[in-house]
Design a protein around this ligand. Structure first.
Ligand code: IVH
Length: 673
């Protein structure tokens, strides 16, 4: 067999194994075997670029290239469904359909309403050619390369299964609960904001410009609507069963019924059983099954008359509020938490609910001993909706007010302008803040010391081994070896990892210090503007404000941080341990102000450098890399294959396009390359 033939065979085999594993849940080979075949294929493909195929199984891992989405008009508008919230409204829908069909018998297909984001997939000759988001219903974003990474979406359909040459199938992209929880745990450890629910997480993921990120987040897709000029059957249900045979993931929770009672049974069953599903659902969808009858019923401007959604009630329970406690987070933000009598809610026992912040808490007007209504909706964290009106006349306990002093260290709380939260300002003496700062210091984007996680830090702090991040550099392997379950090898690994962080460049050290409002980008800006820590520490308010994109809030925070004697001592210690306290020669010589004040959009695919490298180049030269084109964009760094929608927008706004070579010339006018 030639290499070319082997490529084709491997692709066919891998598509089949993939379907068996992800869609049918019946693996036909081991993970190792699968990986070995995939590696073999990737290897062969790299030697045969002429056989490049966007639907090859190797494309499922994504790439960090790709990028901005093109907006594409839907062939058929993506309508939404009218919502109903009770059985009376369902009955009315049923009767409307019955009357409009003039007494003709009809069937209703009952399905789950998946709570993700809707997607339209187009197939030509059995291959996925395009995936669009719903967008505004008329036009959506082309997210084909992101969708290719979703393992349950077939890139090629099962051979010989009799699919039409051209069709569209719609469904929902979802992040399963398990992936969602893992993702949030990960984000928490990295101090990144958490996703409120799997829908937001799925949507954020699919829109990520980096499809490698999409690939690793394990999205899933359920398909529920087949469209096309030639479809296998007149029944919606029958068409979906057919689509299942072509390779699509179609939910098993579908029933064809012929009476209102059966609809209610379906609703009641899934209202409870949905708690055991791997993905989020927020209701039931009812569809008239016959496509002919669907055409008879037609549409209103926004939604079809042949379908309706029934939304599940978020479950609410009444319970008694016992007290409100206050939690101090890593940044010093204080969050009020309601402690209640335990109550069973959507399958879990709830005792606590977040009250978010002082304003939210005050608006609820809570008193000790109040009966409150607790709800668990699409969000995972239960919330107090209101004081239970059934107990409006009950005598009330003491009114709950927000605290004025930190419950952890006693410092007087402060509120910063434009922020909802109250903060404990005792950054260096308040225990959760101490732990939080060290966790931030070691985190991946800061000093990148992954050998120690939050639990180890908690341990070291509570046992008095360290009090701040400078103490990390004094830890010896002997001190931690055999302690708290640390074996010798990992003790040495930890010490080595800490030592290695001395090479981390200055701008990341600056970010790692944990100066309030100094995030990654601001740290870079400051490093570029002041070059070393001493110059930054000496900077006056005016010096700081003179730097592009540094405003009063950041400037004051930086001043405050460096004025603090404890912080000055930290810096001296870190310097003595050998951390980078100034920009490297290399970084210094690479930088200029040639792009100062310019907002630059990067679009397309490049030859000389990666997108990330161009982003770094823009920043090193004082420019700002922005995501989307607007009036304020100075120019577009345009590579190959820039999307037509972007091109059109740039043209309309009169924003110049600069090629890769022109751009490099501009940064380095003397060089000839
Ligand atoms: S059918 C014209 N079926 O709910 C009918 N939609 O507002 C098209 N959804 O945008 C939709 N599960 O994202 C249909 N089994 C299901 C669904 C479903 C979830 C979503 C879909 C749509 C929204 C309706």
């Amino acid at each position: 067999m030639s290499e070319q033939e082997r490529i084709l065979q491997l692709r066919a085999d891998l598509h089949r194994h993939n379907h068996n594993y992800y869609v049918l849940n019946q693996p036909s080979i081991s993970d190792q075997e699968f990986d070995a075949l995939l590696r073999e294929l990737a290897d062969l493909e790299s030697r045969h670029p002429e056989l490049n195929d966007p639907n090859s199984p190797t494309q499922r891992v994504g790439s960090d290239l790709a990028g901005d989405f093109e907006t594409v008009r839907h062939q058929r508008p993506m309508l939404s469904l009218a919502n109903t919230y009770n059985k009376q409204e369902v009955t009315e829908f049923y009767e409307r359909v019955r009357d409009a069909l003039g007494g003709e018998p009809f069937e209703i297909c009952c399905e789950l309403k998946f709570d993700g984001l809707s997607i339209a997939l187009h197939y030509e000759h059995g291959a996925l050619v395009r995936a669009l988001t719903r967008g505004d219903g008329e036009q959506g974003d082309d997210v084909t390369s992101a969708v290719r990474t979703i393992r349950t979406v077939p890139l090629l359909l099962q051979q010989g299964a009799g699919w039409p040459d051209s069709f569209e199938i719609r469904g929902e992209v979802l992040m399963p609960w398990a992936s969602f929880e893992a993702l949030n745990r990960d984000r928490e450890a990295r101090e990144e904001p958490l996703f409120a629910n799997p829908r937001n997480a799925a949507s954020g993921t699919l829109k990520s410009k980096n499809t490698a990120v999409v690939a690793e987040r394990h999205l899933d897709a359920y398909l529920y609507y087949l469209l096309g000029d030639t479809l296998p059957a007149d029944g919606h249900y029958e068409n979906l069963q057919e689509a299942k045979r072509w390779g699509f993931k179609v939910s098993d929770a579908m029933r064809k019924v012929q009476s209102l009672q059966e609809i209610f049974d379906f609703i009641d069953y899934w209202d409870v059983e949905r708690r055991n599903l791997p993905v989020a659902t927020d209701g039931i969808v009812l569809k008239v099954n016959s496509l002919r009858q669907q055409r008879t019923l037609g549409m209103t401007a926004k939604s079809p008359r042949w379908a309706i959604a029934y939304k599940f009630q978020a479950e609410r329970q009444s319970t008694i509020l016992r007290e409100v406690t206050f939690q101090v987070g890593r940044t010093g933000a204080v969050t009020p938490v309601a402690n209640m009598d335990p109550v069973q809610l959507s399958g879990t026992i709830v005792r606590r609910a977040t009250l978010h912040n002082a304003d939210f808490m005050t608006a609820l007007d809570l008193h000790v001993g109040d009966h409150v209504l607790v709800e668990k909706g699409g969000e995972i964290i239960p919330k107090i909706v209101c004081v239970d009106p059934d107990f409006a006349d009950a005598p009330r306990g003491e009114r709950i007010t927000f605290i004025q002093r930190c419950p952890e260290c006693g410092a007087e709380l402060v509120r910063y302008e434009d922020e909802a939260a109250w903060y404990c300002p005792n950054e260096t003496g308040c225990p959760p803040q101490i732990r939080g700062r060290i966790e931030h210091f070691v985190s991946r984007r800061a000093m990148g010391i992954d050998a120690i996680g939050p639990e180890t830090i908690d341990d070291y702090v509570s046992r008095g081994l360290i009090h701040n991040y400078a103490d990390l550099y004094q830890i010896t392997a002997d001190q931690i070896n055999g302690q708290w379950g640390t074996r010798e090898r990992s003790a040495q690994k930890i010490v080595a990892a800490i030592a290695a962080s001395r090479e981390v460049p200055f701008e990341r050290v600056l970010f790692a210090l944990g100066i309030r409002f100094v995030g990654e980008t601001t740290a870079k800006t400051l490093a570029r503007a002041f070059h070393d820590i001493d110059a930054l520490a000496r900077a006056t308010l005016n010096d700081l404000l003179a730097v592009n994109s540094i405003g009063l809030v950041i400037a004051e925070s930086v001043m405050r941080w460096f004025r603090d004697a404890d912080n000055a001592l930290l810096i001296e210690r870190l310097r003595a341990y050998g951390l980078q306290m100034s920009l490297s020669e290399e970084a210094l010589s690479a930088q200029s102000e040639r792009l100062a004040g310019l907002s630059i959009v990067i679009s397309g695919v490049f030859v000389h450098h990666s997108r990330d490298e161009y982003k770094a180049l823009i920043e090193q030269n004082g420019g700002k890399n922005v995501g989307s084109i607007s009036k304020k964009t100075s120019f577009i760094l345009a590579g190959e294959n820039m999307g037509p929608a972007k091109r059109e927008k740039a043209e309309k706004l009169g924003i110049p396009l600069v090629t890769e070579d022109e751009f490099l010339q501009r940064l380095n006018p003397t060089s000839n390359d």
